[in-house]
Design a protein around this ligand. Structure first.
Ligand code: FAD
Length: 476
């Protein structure tokens, strides 16, 4: 006999588990199904983000940053350390413990909010009177009926054609986050967020990292001035990034490692030999095992579930959120959609403002932005004013010993409304929150310029960049 629920959520990544909790808060009887297994075969809710994405990557970025500081920057503070060693196994174990804390935290939140969790693969069987029948295949097979269904099955790493991930020599994000030793030479294909973050981790630990990128421009989605500043910093660190290359044959048969044939931007044939290769060329929506065709759920040519701006699919009562639908593949975007869908199911006006979704790259320096870039404004023919302020002129940044980068404001030429804020520098991931709030409230650059910011703080650079829009910085 099938168990009936008001809402069945398939997938417990940030999109799914948040949708489930919000729906339960709104008084619905909610089930959430997730198939991710920990190493012991038990449930590991949290999806890509918790298990092999946002959280573990930030744990390794933190460990490797401490290592780099101890090796190269402590001496500036008068601290001598002798020989600094890295125990990779311990670093990975610490990362795994953080992941487990997050997995357990989600299971606790399900209990607290009375969401019934099912560990296994959820797939559509058929539409029935008043909903959809969903089978859960796992250790304990179950049959559920959901009056409303939210699909949040996420995404998986895209492989190079003909070069499958073996997670030994050819690594996806999964393998890149659990290497047992620092490779001497590490090749990365793709200089997007994941490639840069993983490259930073292993370079700081001592690997010689080369990133091959097909695009001729570095980080084309980032404001050009900010991307240039970041590239300068990465070059200085020794993170080798080759742009405009065309990757050819990738040989993995060699006992020693991987050999990548490619053509340089100048058209010359080249080969990159490395101990390991990380392929970070994007992610593809994941609907494997969902049995979408059984109910006629519409997918597009990329395999993403087709949704409208409210996350409604082509089927009545079936919604989809997060990486499995259009839009940026970001955990917080998935969460916002999850909340909005739960509220729409409850007859409320759930809302996601795509113009104010922040983006962050957690390298050093960090890169963060919200809104439009200067090149986008130029292309749109929008009249704007720009203001920048360098961290070099910020007292807190000097005290931290990290003065790379700047804050940049773009505001409408006539109304002064903030159109975009772009940061490269220390703690950009935290600083961007002020800009998101400002843009959500449609603030002007002058609004930020008139707000009292604590001294000394990095946030003063934000205020000064807002002042710079009217060419009246006080400290530069
Ligand atoms: P997912 O997190 O992918 O979760 C989907 C879940 O559904 C999984 O648990 C999967 O097992 C489950 N599932 C799939 N099919 C079924 C089925 N049929 N039955 C049952 N369960 C199923 N984003 C950020 O915002 N910030 C970051 O710093 C960041 N860092 C990242 C670093 C890396 C290395 C990677 C790979 C990604 C990173 N991301 C980051 C992206 C972020 O992880 C994703 O955008 C986010 O996880 C998407 O959430 P989701 O809920 O849509 O899907």
């Amino acid at each position: 006999m099938a168990q009936a629920f008001d809402v069945v959520v398939i997938g417990a990544g940030p999109g799914g588990y948040i949708a489930a909790i919000r729906a339960a808060q709104l008084g619905f009887k909610v089930a959430c199904i997730d198939e991710w297994k920990n190493t012991a075969g038990g449930p590991a809710p949290g999806g890509t983000c918790t298990n092999v994405g946002c959280i573990p990557s930030k744990a390794l970025l933190q460990s490797s940053e401490h290592f780099e500081h101890a090796q190269h920057h402590f001496a500036d503070h008068g601290i001598s350390t002798g020989i600094v060693k890295m125990d990779v196994a311990k670093m990975i174990a610490r990362k795994d413990a953080i992941v487990k804390q997050n997995n357990d935290g989600i299971l606790y939140l399900f209990k607290k909010n009375k969401v019934t969790f099912f560990h296994g693969r959820g797939s559509f069987l058929k539409a029935v009177d008043g909903g959809y029948e969903i089978a859960v295949a796992g250790d304990k097979p179950e049959m559920l009926v959901g009056r409303q269904v939210v699909v949040a099955t996420g995404s998986i790493a895209r492989a190079l054609p003909g070069v499958p991930f073996d997670e030994d020599k050819v690594l996806s994000n999964d393998g890149a986050l659990r290497m047992g030793a620092v490779p001497k030479k590490l090749a990365i294909i793709g200089s997007g967020v994941i490639g840069l973050e993983m490259g930073s981790v292993w370079r700081r630990l001592g690997a010689e990292v080369t990133i091959l990128e097909g695009m001729p421009t570095f980080l084309p989605a980032v404001d050009e001035q900010i991307a240039k500043e970041a590239k300068k910093a990465f070059d200085k660190q020794g993170l080798k990034i080759e742009l405009g290359v065309k990757v050819g044959e990738v040989k993995t048969g060699n006992k020693k490692g991987v050999s990548i044939a490619y053509t340089t931007a100048a058209g010359e044939a080249a080969t990159l030999d490395a101990d390991r290769l990380i392929v970070s060329i994007g992610r593809v929506p994941n609907t494997d095992g969902l049995n979408a065709q059984a109910v006629g759920l519409q997918l597009d040519e990329r395999g993403a579930i087709v949704v409208d701006d409210q996350c409604r699919t082509n089927l009545p009562g079936v919604w989809a959120v997060g990486d499995v639908v259009r839009g940026p593949m970001l955990a917080h975007k998935a969460e916002e959609e999850g909340v909005a869908v739960a509220e729409r199911i409850a007859g409320q006006h759930g809302h996601v403002n795509f113009n104010t979704i922040p983006w962050v790259i957690y390298t050093s320096p960090e890169i963060a932005w919200v809104g439009q870039t200067e090149q986008q404004l130029k292309a749109a023919g929008r009249a704007y004013k720009a203001g920048t302020f360098p961290f070099l002129a910020n007292g807190r940044a000097r005290a931290l010993g990290d003065t790379t980068g700047m804050v940049k404001f773009l505001a409408d030429a006539a109304t002064d409304e903030i159109l975009g804020v772009h940061i490269v520098g220390p703690m950009a991931s935290e600083l961007i929150a002020e800009a998101v709030v400002a843009m959500e409230f449609r603030a002007s650059a002058e609004d930020i310029a008139r707000i009292c910011h604590a001294h000394p703080s990095l946030s003063e650079a934000t205020k000064e960049a807002a002042l710079a829009v009217d060419k009246r910085t006080l400290n530069f």
